[in-house]
Ligand binder design. Sequence first.
Ligand code: FAD
Length: 173
Amino acid sequence: MLFLAEDYRGGFQALQDGELPERPSLYVHAPARLDASLAPAGCDNLIGIVPVGNLDAYPDEDWQSVRDQAREAIFKRLASIGIGTVREHIKLEVCYTPCSWRKRYNLFKGATHGLSHTLTQLAYMRPHNRHARYRNLYFAGASTHPGTGVPTALVSARLAAERIMDELGMDQQ
Ligand SMILES: Cc1cc2nc3c(=O)[nH]c(=O)nc-3n(C[C@H](O)[C@H](O)[C@H](O)COP(=O)(O)OP(=O)(O)OC[C@H]3O[C@@H](n4cnc5c(N)ncnc54)[C@H](O)[C@@H]3O)c2cc1C
C-alpha cells in the first residue's frame, strides 16, 4: 500500500533540502500475505519504505536520526488507519539506511534505485548498454537502459544479451 503525503510536492522538496517531511510518503508491504513461507507460522512480516536522499546529496546527514524519524512515521501512518499495536508485536526488526545499501550491496551513493529518471538521465542521455569506446563491454541493470526497477532491469539484461548475440551473429530463437 502506498501512502502519499498530503503535500506530495512539498514532501519531495523537503527531501531535496535534506529533511525528512513530518508526514512523508511511504510504502508498506506485507509479503507473507502473498507467500506464507515468508514468515514463521502464526507470525507476519511488514516492510516499510520511506524515500530519502542519497549519500552524496547529504554527506553530513545523521542517518540514524533519519532512520528513527522514518520508523516513527511508519508507525504513525499505520496507527492512523487503525493498526496501532504493531510496535508491541515486533520480534525481529532490521533497518537499512543508504549507508547500509552502499556497504551491503555496493550501491553507488547508497541509492536504491540507481540513476534517477531525470530528463538528462533518460533515453539517449542514459548510459547505454554498450560502452561507447570499449565495444565489447556491455552493461545491464537499473542505471543503464531502459531504467530502474526489477522488471526494467530484466529488460536491460535482455537488451544486452540480444546485442551480444547480434554481434556474434547468433540466432536469438
Ligand atoms: C527497498 C527496495 C525496494 C524496492 N522496491 C522495488 C519494487 O517494488 N519494484 C521494483 O521494480 N523495484 C524495486 N526496487 C528497485 C530494484 O530492486 C532495483 O532497481 C533492481 O534490483 C536493480 O537491479 P540491478 O541488477 O541493476 O542491481 P542490483 O539488484 O543492485 O544487483 C547488483 C548486484 O551486484 C552486486 N555487486 C555490487 N558491486 C559488486 C562488485 N564489485 N563485485 C561483484 N558484485 C557486486 C551487488 O551485491 C548486487 O547483488 C527496490 C529496491 C529497494 C532497495
